[in-house]
Write a protein that binds this ligand. Sequence first.
Ligand code: SAM
Length: 297
Amino acid sequence: MAYLGNPAYTMAVLEKHGFHFQKKYGQNFLIDKNILEKIVDAAEIGADDVVLEIGPGIGTMTQYLCERAREVIAVEIDDKLIPVLADTLSEYDNVTVIHEDILKVDIRALAEEKNGGRPIKVVANLPYYITTPIIMELFESRVPLDSVTVMVQKEVAERMKEGPGSKHYGALSLAVAYYAVAETVAEVPPACFVPRPKVSSMVIRLTCHREPPVAVADERFLFSVIRASFQQRRKTLVNGLNNAPWIPVDREEITRCVESLGYGPSVRGEKLTLEEFARLANLLWGKKKGMKGSHRA
Ligand code: SAM
């Protein structure tokens, strides 16, 4: 089987299997060999690595991963692609294709089974309609992760890398900062895919922290505070927190906690660094009464 990473081979495979793209699954297949190599190089896959690929499509990047990794697990939702993958990956005995929605897979259990709980690498050209839920699920479910190297919409990559004060800074930027260090690998124009997406894309590598950079009393409460702070972006931080039923702290106490960070009561959430959010969450954690509702906003 020839490498698929070029337009002619890709079209030949699609024709052979009578495959039709499904827009609802965010199917934009990579057809650029240079970009494929850049992604796999940036992920630094070695012969001892177990790699999870989310959405292998027709197996284009999977082939590259199989050449370098000890084992590849590829999770694909579209049943029409399962026979295609059986064909394009037939030469590799180090790949397992799982036909499932990635959001329904217990990735932590999978990592335990395939790599004895040691960190795995995630590599993917992600379906853009569920980029944020996939990234958050990987982080929040505490999958042992070495790195996550993914193609995402350019705008989402920018949100992941933003710092305080920018209009794109928000809950995703803070989650990424808490769990990883983000670096841009490449900007990818629509012409590198078939069919062409309407937006520009970016490959980003998230190298996961061994230990979080800040210490908090309760990790889930930190993210509840962050979510409350960005829920109504145009409101002050105090109002955002006060309006969130899952932050069971009086307005006066909230104001005092915010002021003890050195900010006035009209500051907005977008001004605070991760370290300041951690301090705020710890202060609020000490002031909270019985939870009014679930603290998982
Ligand atoms: N990796 C291939 C490539 O680069 O050419 C395909 C990437 S395409 C952007 C996204 C892939 O994710 C498609 O194959 C799509 O069917 C699959 N997909 C979409 N939603 C999914 C989900 N919830 N779980 C698993 N795979 C999904």
